[in-house]
Design a protein around this ligand. Structure first.
Ligand code: GDP
Length: 191
């Protein structure tokens, strides 16, 4: 699946622009700056596949990438900008809801959480939406290299406690660092 890297297919702003739901699909969600673009690049082995910085408030697109001929990897826009205009947030929420309930081939969402910060209120909102949409999700801790070893277990415990409240959550977390390459093979095999 990852031998040939991923290919960018298209960015869409409405359900009507989405490709047919004819491949196994996984999506990636996370707060802005969580390290999502860097992780997608590390996964696919490409340097500039997912744009490494998104401008807050800009029209937000759902980006579709193809993996081999069989899978879509979908990069959802980062959420939780402090100063995002209300209209932008509302539009993004509507598109997200439509996406999560409108893709029969969507098999799993990966929710990225910064290992230093843990699960925040905006992450809880996404997780609740995934519960309601019956999309199973797996939590991926990012930037684990930035957490001191002695603090890692505590960070994991707090995250597990948050996940226990969500029926759609897989209990297993994947701990990653794109910088160190930690957890990338595990995440690939989950996909
Ligand atoms: P996005 O907004 O979620 O797409 O976040 P980016 O991928 O653009 O990453 C945000 C910042 O975090 C950038 O400065 C990255 O270099 C940094 N970053 C991403 N992943 C890691 C990681 O695994 N370890 C460390 N130390 N920094 C990371």
């Amino acid at each position: 699946l990852f031998a040939t890297g991923g290919e960018f297919l298209k960015g869409v702003v409405a359900m009507s622009g989405m490709p047919p739901s004819d491949r196994t699909e996984v999506c990636f969600a996370g707060r802005s700056n969580v390290g999502k673009s860097t992780l997608i690049n590390a996964l696919t082995g490409r340097k500039a596949l997912a744009r490494a910085s998104n401008t807050p408030g800009r029209t937000q697109e759902i980006n579709f990438f193809t993996l081999a001929d069989s899978h879509y990897l979908v990069d959802l826009p980062g959420y939780g900008y402090a100063n995002a205009p209300v209209a932008v947030v509302a539009k993004w929420q509507a598109l997200l809801k439509a996406y999560l309930s409108g893709r029969p081939s969507l098999r799993r969402a990966f929710v990225l959480i910064d290992a230093r910060h843990g699960v925040k209120a905006v992450d809880e909102e996404i997780m609740t939406l995934l519960d309601r949409s019956a999309v199973p999700f797996q939590t991926v801790l990012t930037k684990a290299d930035k957490v001191k070893e002695e603090a890692r277990e505590e960070s994991l415990d707090r995250t597990r406690a948050a996940l226990a409240r969500h029926p759609a959550a897989y209990p297993e977390l994947i701990v990653t660092s794109s910088e160190k390459g930690w957890g990338i093979p595990t995440l690939r095999s989950a996909i």
